[in-house]
Structures are given as structure tokens and as C-alpha cells.
Design a binder for this molecule. Structure first.
Ligand SMILES: [Mn+2]
Length: 401
């Protein structure tokens, strides 16, 4: 049996005021082609379908359109979609019954009312053989974790999350085993596991919690574990316990990742191929002083690239203006500018990257003043006052024009 494992689509993401619709569209049509080309029988999407609980209409449209087109893929028997911490339970739940008719199973919170044990069979054939069983575990919310501990009182929050999640997986495994003795059992999950690598854009989900759940623990029960939540494609201590990662880079910190889906083949044994997703738009981080950044900007060939610049220059304000002008000339899009202290300024003190867009003119002056280490408080006050008067005068003369 051939499976595609993906997660963390974050449809509808608003990225510094820009929409990701073109990138998501490109990914979903690539996925449809790949399902056909590779004769995929089972599609697993392990959470964070949408970026927010209230996705924009175009994101819902992308999702439904994709699901509709899935039904024309002859090889595909079943699709299973679980909710992540970004998804709203009610948004995913609304079409649940309708989607069942298309062999698309949606699991939203995994509570006692929801069936998370899904046998994979040839659809519409009576007494068809079960090829695998999927324990479709979504992101486990606090109330569901408590449920799985069966009324036990655990005071320590961290321990509660840990024990509850383990108990949940063990229960699911037992149920699957009872259903069928000699069938591969696959688990899904949306969580951070021990020993995994994360990037900046995943929202931490178990507050204060380093979960003591690792790849080996999950591999001791399941033949394959399809994880979501972390955006980097990776194994977790075991070849069969994997994150697929997100299909597009979701923050500049992910610009060097390679986006992939996992193609899993289950026969006598389990084989996994990491399949690279063609990138529609590149995110690029450029760091350095004015000269270096201008040089790098000139080298950017693809005009659709979104750029974040980290300026490390003795005169960052001047550099910022020059860089923005150069970008306009080159028809490039800079989405964010961060100012880092140059070596010279570092010697002065504190290392902190701040986005210039977050500061007002007066903030910038205040920061500049701090660097002068002026002892005389009265003098400092006068300088600040004079500066803001100049700014006000400027604004006034602008209005007159
Ligand atoms: Mn997540």
C-alpha cells in the first residue's frame, strides 16, 4: 500500500500582509498530480490545515476544491485529515458527514464521540480485506487528555499532558489490535516529540511542557507514525516516526528548509521516500553591511522572491534608505528589515534585532540618544524635546503643502 503523509499546510496564512494563495494552489495541484503518478491509495494530513480558526474564504475554497478533485483519483481509497492546534474544531467539523461520503475522514478533537480508529479497505466492496488500520490522533486538547486518564487526578500540568497523551496512544493501539491482529497499524499525531528540531513559526502547544514522548516509544507500537506540527521534514529517532514538515516555508527562519512530503510504502516492511515539493516562491534572508546587501540584491534573479534584510552597518538608517531604493530599482520585494548592531555598535552594548517598521521616529531618536551615554538628564530631556519639535514642524509644513 502506498501512502502520502503531509501536514501543516496553513492555508490562508497572512504573511506580513501578503497572501500565500499562489503557493498553496501550486502545492495542491502538484499533490494531485503526485497522487496519480505514484498511484497513492491513502492520503494522511496531520493537522494545521488552516492557519487560523477563521480562515479567509479563498482558503476554504482551496480546501474544498482540492477535496473535490481528490475524488477523481482512482488509486486513492481513503483520505484522513486531523485537526492541529491552529485549526478550529468547528470549521473542520462542519462538512464532516458530507465528506465521509467521499471517503474523506475528518477527526477534529478525538474525544469519546469521535471514531479515530479507521480501517483502510477497498471502498464499496463487501468483506474487503483490511490493508491497514490508522489511529487518527488529532492535536489533543486538555479536556480530551484528561478524559483518557479516566478521572485520575494529576496535579502537575506537565505530567498530566505527558501521561494523558501516552495513555491516549496506548488505548488507540489496543483498540486497533483488537480489531485486526496482523495488519499494519499507522498512527497520526500533532505534537512536539523529544529530540525533534523546530523552527520559529510553530506555536508552542503544551505550555511549559517538554513532552517525554519520543520516536522509540511510538515506534514500539506503530508501524509508521505520521506526525505534524513541526515544519521541518525529519525523522524522530526512528526511521518510521516522521514529521513531513510544511509544504511551503512559513517564516523567514524556514527559508533554508527543503519542503517535502513523505511517500510511505507498506508491504512486507515499511519504506519511506522523502519527495521534494517544487518551490513556487523563494523566501530569502540577506545579511550584512550596506555594500554586501546591495551586492546580494543584484544577484537575486527571481523577482517573485520575498526578501528579509538584516542590516549590520555602522549607519543603519542610511543603509536602510539606500537598500529600499535599490530594491525598488531592481523590482524586488523586501518584506522586512531588521537592524542588527555592527561590530562598532556592539562594543557599545546590547545585541538585539528590531524591525524598523515597529519603531516611530521618536523611538529611533531615543535609541540613538541612549548610545551617546549622556549623563546630564536635563540636557537629554532638552534634546528629546527639540527633536520632537523639529518633527512636529516638519509634519506641519508637510500638511501645508
Ligand atoms: Mn501546529
Amino acid at each position: 500500500m502506498k501512502i502520502i503523509h503531509t501536514s501543516d499546510w496553513h492555508l490562508g496564512q497572512n504573511f506580513m500582509g501578503k497572501s500565500r494563495i499562489e503557493e498553496h494552489k501550486a502545492f495542491l495541484s502538484w499533490l494531485l498530480e503526485t497522487i496519480e503518478e505514484k498511484q497513492i491509495e491513502l492520503l494522511l494530513v496531520s493537522g494545521d490545515i488552516f492557519d487560523t480558526g477563521t480562515p479567509p474564504n479563498y482558503a476554504l475554497e482551496l480546501y474544498y476544491n482540492f477535496l473535490k478533485q481528490l475524488s477523481s483519483k482512482k488509486s486513492l481509497k481513503t483520505t484522513i485529515i486531523t485537526a492541529g492546534n491552529h485549526d478550529s474544531v468547528s470549521t473542520l467539523k462542519a462538512p464532516k458527514q458530507l465528506l465521509e461520503a467521499l471517503n474523506v475522514h475528518v477527526v477534529v478533537n478525538g474525544d469519546e464521540d469521535e471514531n479515530i480508529i479507521i480501517p483502510i479497505k477497498e471502498p464499496f466492496i463487501e468483506n474487503a480485506e483490511t490493508k491497514a488500520i490508522v489511529c487518527a490522533v488529532p492535536f489533543l486538547r486538555d479536556s480530551v487528555i484528561r478524559e483518557s486518564l479516566g478521572g485520575e487526578t494529576v496535579s502537575d500540568k506537565e505530567k498530566l499532558a505527558n501521561d494523558g497523551i501516552k495513555a491516549y496512544y496506548e488505548k488507540a493501539y489496543k483498540k486497533a489490535k483488537e480489531l485486526e491482529q496482523n495488519t499494519p497499524i499507522i498512527a497520526m499525531g500533532h505534537l512536539t516529540t523529544v529530540g525533534s528540531r523546530s523552527s520559529e513559526s510553530e506555536r508552542d502547544i503544551y505550555i511549559g511542557g517538554t513532552l517525554d514522548i519520543g520516536g522509540d516509544y511510538l515506534a514500539s507500537m506503530f508501524d509508521y507514525v505520521a506526525l505534524g506540527h513541526l515544519h521541518i521534514n525529519q525523522t524522530v529517532g526512528n526511521e518510521h516516526v516522521r514529521y513531513s514538515g510544511s509544504p511551503i516555508p512559513l517564516s523567514f527562519s524556514e527559508s533554508n528548509n527543503t519542503q517535502k512530503v513523505n511517500v510511505v510504502t507498506i508491504e512486507e516492511d515499511v519504506k519511506v521516500e522523502e519527495l521534494e515539493i517544487p518551490l513556487k516562491r523563494k523566501l530569502q534572508v540577506i545579511k550584512g553591511d550596506l555594500e554586501t546587501i546591495i551586492d546580494e540584491l543584484k544577484k537575486v534573479e527571481n523577482k517573485t522572491t520575498w526578501i528579509e534584510v538584516h542590516i549590520k552597518d555602522d549607519n543603519p538608517m542610511f543603509a536602510n534608505t539606500q537598500i529600499r531604493e535599490e530594491a525598488t530599482k531592481l523590482d524586488l520585494t523586501i518584506l522586512a528589515v531588521k537592524i542588527e548592531k555592527s561590530e562598532k555598535q556592539l562594543r557599545a552594548k546590547e545585541l538585539k534585532a528590531i524591525s524598523l517598521d515597529e519603531l516611530s521616529v521618536n523611538d529611533v531618536f531615543e535609541k540613538r540618544l541612549e548610545e551617546e551615554n549622556i549623563e546630564d538628564k536635563e540636557f537629554k530631556k532638552q534634546l528629546t524635546l527639540s527633536f520632537s519639535q523639529i518633527v512636529n514642524n516638519l509634519h506641519e509644513s508637510e500638511e501645508q503643502i
